[in-house]
Design a protein around this ligand. Structure first.
Ligand code: RP5
Length: 183
């Protein structure tokens, strides 16, 4: 509970304008030290008006909590789980083994990491047939948020419109930069 409170406090500014109501996306991470990376997932979802919950669940340090979270998430109305971890990053794969929900994995580079996140990437991406995890690039939690939103948008026309608007904004930003460079 203390760690959840700390994660909650750190994210309170980010999530201040998150839509209220039942969270559709569960964002979990192996340690609160992953939060500086993982908050980008929450920010991406918030930008698209998708409600999310954020907490710490460790495959190694809190295995019972991981089991309980993963088994119950879909019964609580969560529709996609984003799981981030560094090092021997077993959290996304183990959660995917326990839930019927789509799981997006984020390889995190912990402070002082020796292997630059490649260890976490390989731990997350190399899943056995039958247990899928959609793995994003090392440290790219923003893409995890965007991917979760796109998954939800496949059956949510209003959200799909917001995803399209986001893509249009990105395009306009790049074109404006190109124009400035060329002038
Ligand atoms: C992993 O170990 C966590 O996901 C984190 O990336 C890493 C280091 O955790 P702390 O020692 O900082 O809690 O399980």
């Amino acid at each position: 509970a203390a760690v959840d409170a700390r994660a909650g406090a750190l994210l309170s500014a980010t999530l201040a304008s998150t839509p209220e109501g039942q969270p559709r996306v569960g964002i979990i991470m192996g340690s609160d030290s992953d939060l500086p990376t993982m908050r980008a997932a929450a920010e991406a979802l918030e930008g698209l008006g998708v409600s999310a919950e954020v907490t710490v669940v460790s495959a190694h340090r809190t295995p019972d909590r991981m089991l309980a979270y993963a088994r119950a998430a879909h019964t609580r109305g969560i529709q996609v789980i984003i799981a981030g971890a560094g090092g021997a990053a077993h959290l996304p794969g183990m959660v995917a083994a326990l839930t019927p929900l789509p799981v997006v994995g984020v390889p995190v580079v912990p402070a002082g990491a020796q292997l630059g996140g490649v260890d976490a990437l390989l731990s997350i991406v190399q899943m056995p047939r039958g247990v899928p995890v959609a793995t994003v690039a090392i440290g790219n939690a923003a893409n995890a948020g965007l991917l979760a939103a796109r998954i939800l948008a496949a059956s949510d026309a209003a959200l799909q419109e917001r995803v399209l608007a986001h893509q249009a904004r990105m395009e306009a930003e790049v074109l404006a930069k190109a124009e400035r460079l060329e002038s």
